[in-house]
Design a protein around this ligand. Structure first.
Ligand code: SAH
Length: 213
């Protein structure tokens, strides 16, 4: 998978390729899908949701330009596969999933795999990370060096732009229900720069600053 789907298509970020070699995708797909775990496409993970195509995950993480010390916010934990990859590449990963059962299974799996730098919250990620009082284990966070949205956004969620730190990068699929463009937003001196990296297709981002249910 790493050689043919990711490296051969031009991704050479060593840390990213090493993370892909380390995180085993078959742990993150339903049992009935295990024989397809390393195929070149998205797979169903239940509740109408998908684990993204490995190459798409690679492009998005590559665009985040992560540094070891970065604190990252992920919207749409899903299976937790991308969360694990992010946790290999940055310091702390905060991840929000709106479907509770997916959040719970991802959390269990990631804990069993030994990750202790991942914090998962159930809720509407378009509202940004909520510092909740009951979550004593979470250090209060306000700003993120990188934000990755793994569901299709009809608008750029303003709360997420607010939670992006100076110099921060946000990668998201932006557009209509069945066709989107992959955007990278960079925040510099309070200004927003947008770059477009071409077409893609994701399940909808549902929430206050997303699609309505
Ligand atoms: N990165 C995941 C992809 C999951 S698909 C993986 O590799 O498995 C996108 C996920 O976004 C779904 O699980 C969906 O429930 C979730 N989602 C959609 N809208 C959301 C929102 N507003 N907040 C949090 N999660 C959301």
């Amino acid at each position: 998978m790493v050689e043919h789907q990711i490296k051969a298509r031009g991704i050479h970020n060593k840390k990213l390729l090493d993370s892909f070699l380390k995180v085993e995708r078959h742990f993150f797909v339903p049992e009935s899908m295990i024989s397809y775990a390393y195929e070149d496409g998205p797979l169903g993970i239940g509740k109408g949701q998908t684990i993204s195509q490995p190459y798409m995950v690679a492009i998005m993480i590559d665009l985040l330009d992560l540094k070891e010390d970065d604190v990252v916010l992920e919207i749409g934990t899903g299976s937790g596969y991308q969360t694990a990859l992010l946790a290999e590449m940055a310091k702390k990963i905060y991840s929000i999933e709106r479907i509770e059962s997916l959040a719970i299974s991802a959390q269990k799996l990631l804990k069993n795999l030994g990750y202790n730098n991942i914090f998962i919250q159930v809720g509407d990620g378009t509202m940004g990370w909520q510092n909740r009082q009951e979550d004593k284990s979470y250090k209060k966070v306000i700003k993120f060096n990188a934000i990755i949205i793994s569901a299709a956004a009809p608008e750029i969620p303003e709360k997420l732009v607010e939670q992006l730190s100076e110099g921060g990068r946000m990668v998201l699929p932006y557009g209509k229900h069945f066709s989107q463009e992959l955007l990278r937003i960079t925040k510099k001196r309070g200004k927003i720069k947008k770059e477009n990296f071409g077409g893609c297709m994701f399940v909808p981002l549902i929430g206050q600053y997303g699609w309505k249910e």
